[in-house]
Design a protein around this ligand. Structure first.
Ligand code: AMP
Length: 492
């Protein structure tokens, strides 16, 4: 027999955040905001203008560039509008930019340089540092095919990571060019797009499987330890050897890597074009003062989004012995050249290049690496001890705010001890107490809570504590701002 729900007991939902979506507060939010502000300032210093577009785009405008096609809505969150058109939450900031540029081409000064930040949404399987809503901060140059535009984006990204708080050398930008592998495959008579994609997927696994595993995936396929079989790209032995020689050509200075790549890409027109572009990027990076170990050429870099047509970039945290956790998070940013994205709308080839700074990913990696998160300090709390004085409490708070100090009147219903506990839990620097005695004497009592916390460590018995009242003093009602300010500033 099933139990009838009683009318007195409503069915209550279980309070839970959806998988892959984060609740963030105080300290974590200020870390993200600080990163966003610092990176935006760097982008602006290079002449990029801010642009904000809406969260939704029409699904056909977004295109199908996400790899997670096996999930509902093919990797995006989509809905059908009342006019029957499909809309989807943006999965990055580049696709909306392409739509914006196509829509406003005539009125834009070109090349169009814009930066943008905000949440993006991907309907994919969540994991560590992998969310279904996360923050990106992008800069793109649309309308320039110069490799120097790519170099500038790379230099700017590196400056952005430093501005966000990473030490120089804590992050490396790895650079590759899609044309190299494409050219090499053409020279090896591999022209089928499906086969090319399978090659890219195989190369992408170099880190995890090593050269042997990749060779299997380039050829007949690979059976993993669990017995599962992955079909291979079905390349012949010569093509497999050529691809492996290419992806293993990294290491050393940028010029050394270029020399090695030149020796293995097989002389196709596309490959030579890619090589020439990397050469010019390398030259410009040198002129922009980018060290050899800050930005390297790395032929095994693939990058997921399928719209890239030339140079691709990926930013990785350099693992120090003290931060092994960060390896699980993957790249902290990425980008590249996508010359075909605006042309999807206009039919006109429009060169473009950009970089996406993975703000949420970086914040998560920093937190996991034990970087000190920001501590969210509470406001000055004015205790509400006497109902008849509420108006005076609000006047105190208003005066503090007018002086630039965050302040609030306690609005709960509890007594003095609980109010002090509240101020303590908020990590407030100071509490202000004003009862009948204070009013009669024309003063307020100020409690330096940080000092109190420090002194409390040295006081062992309760009586001494009560008698000494560490960190507590009075100030004239007309001159209480200055001492409060001193306490607040010392707490910063
Ligand atoms: P993409 O737009 O895929 O080229 O990614 C650019 C950057 O966004 C990556 O380097 C990551 O730092 C970040 N990112 C991508 N996917 C996620 C995700 N699911 N959760 C958090 N950050 C992500």
């Amino acid at each position: 027999m099933t139990e009838e729900p009683s009318p007195q007991e409503p069915q209550r939902p279980l309070a839970r955040a959806p998988r892959g979506f984060q609740d963030r507060r105080g300290g974590a939010l200020s870390v993200e905001r600080r990163i966003l502000e610092a990176v935006s300032r760097v982008y602006e210093s290079y002449g990029f203008e801010a642009l904000d577009t809406g969260a939704f785009e029409y699904a056909d405008a977004l295109g199908k560039f996400l790899p997670d096609a096996d999930r509902p809505n093919e990797g995006v969150f989509a809905l059908r509008d009342d006019d029957e058109q499909w809309m989807a939450l943006r999965y990055d900031l580049t696709a909306p930019l392409a739509r914006y540029v196509a829509e406003n081409w005539e009125s834009l000064a070109k090349p169009f340089r814009r930066y943008a930040f905000g949440p993006v949404w991907r309907n994919e399987k969540p994991g560590p540092g992998r969310y279904r809503q996360f923050l990106q901060c992008d800069a793109d140059t649309v309308g320039s095919d110069r490799p120097e535009a790519d170099a500038e984006i790379i230099a700017m990204a590196l400056e952005g990571y430093e501005a966000a708080g990473l030490e120089r050398g804590a992050c490396v930008l790895k650079i590759n060019n899609r044309k190299l592998l494409n050219g090499l495959l053409t020279a090896s008579d591999v022209t089928d797009e499906g086969q090319k994609l399978a090659v890219l997927r195989a190369v992408d696994k170099l880190d995890r499987l090593g050269a042997g595993g990749v060779a299997d995936l380039l050829g007949a396929g690979r059976r993993d330890d669990s017995g599962a079989f992955t079909r291979g790209a079905e390349l012949g032995p010569r093509a497999i050897a050529a691809v492996l020689a290419f992806v293993e050509a990294g290491g050393g200075s940028r010029a050394e890597t270029l020399d090695r790549i030149a020796g293995v890409i097989g002389g196709s027109e596309e490959g030579e074009a890619g090589l020439g572009e990397l050469g010019r990027i390398g030259e410009a990076l040198g002129r922009l003062g980018i060290d050899q170990n800050q930005a390297v050429f790395e032929p095994s870099i693939v990058r997921g989004l399928e719209y890239y047509t030339g140079a691709v970039f990926e930013a990785e945290l350099v693992l120090s012995a003290g931060a092994p956790e960060t390896s699980r998070f993957g790249s902290i940013g990425g980008g590249g050249r996508y010359d075909g994205l605006v042309a999807r709308f206009t039919g006109q080839p429009t060169p473009a290049t950009g970089f996406s700074f993975g703000v949420s990913r970086l914040a998560a990696a920093l937190a996991a690496a034990g970087a000190e998160g920001e501590v969210a300090r509470g406001p000055v709390v004015i205790l509400a001890l006497d109902q008849g004085l509420m108006g005076d409490y609000f006047a105190l708070a208003a005066e503090l705010r007018a002086a630039g100090l965050a302040a609030e009147v306690y609005l709960g219903g509890s007594g003095m001890r609980a109010q002090m506990k509240y101020a303590d839990r908020r990590l407030s620097p100071a509490a202000i107490i004003m009862g009948g005695d204070e009013v009669a004497q024309g003063v307020v009592t100020i409690k330096d809570l940080d000092l109190g916390r420090r002194l409390a460590d040295g006081v062992s018995d309760n009586r001494t504590w009560r008698e000494d009242r560490p960190g507590q003093f009075t100030a004239p009602r007309g001159a209480f701002i200055a001492p409060v300010r001193r306490i607040v500033e010392a707490a910063r």
